[in-house]
Design a protein around this ligand. Sequence first.
Ligand SMILES: [Fe+2]
Length: 224
Amino acid sequence: MVNAENTADGAGLTPRLADRLLAAGADVLTLGNHVWRRREIGPYLETSDRVVRPANLATSSPGRGLTVAQAEDGTDVAVLNLQGLLFMSTPISPFEVVDELVEEARAAAKVVLVDFHAEATSEKVALATWLDGRVTAVIGTHTHIQTNDARILPGGTAAVSDAGMTGPHDSVIGVRSELAIARMRTRLPVRFEPAEGDVRLEGVLVRCSDAGQADAIELVRIAA
Ligand SMILES: [Fe+2]
């Protein structure tokens, strides 16, 4: 499962890049608050069963937030994408919709993965705790900074506040540092460009039982 919301030059995802990530071995792609940065992704999401966007966007949005894919060994894996409410422009609270979606996911698969695309660690910890024992893993994305709190919760749900960023780490969360700093210092509009240096792959590896209960979560960090 790959969060792909900023694959297209640092903003959004195009159908061509989605196809490339899937061809490279990703089983499901998730998205986030930058989902609509590339208009052409809308029609693609209407027909794709491998690319999901946050489930709690405007109800008229194209695409969906839950899908079921098969792992390499044939195991059904449900993937649910949600977006946080705190410090983000999100039309529907994730807590308003999560229970029903988790029920739907569990009816379809024993292994359920949640990508919670959110800004605040408090909200991520709260959602993971609320879902403990009902899903296999709650993996945070969006902040681009890998957090040091990967853990198995008492009910058997793996959780981490943020899986980190695959991209240039010699940057301000992927943006050329001087541009990000200039915008913050001057408050003037500055066009962001992706940085290039110190590319790393970051993520998490979760191990679970056939019943979908997690027993290990490991932070992954690989320098190019
Ligand atoms: Fe994001």
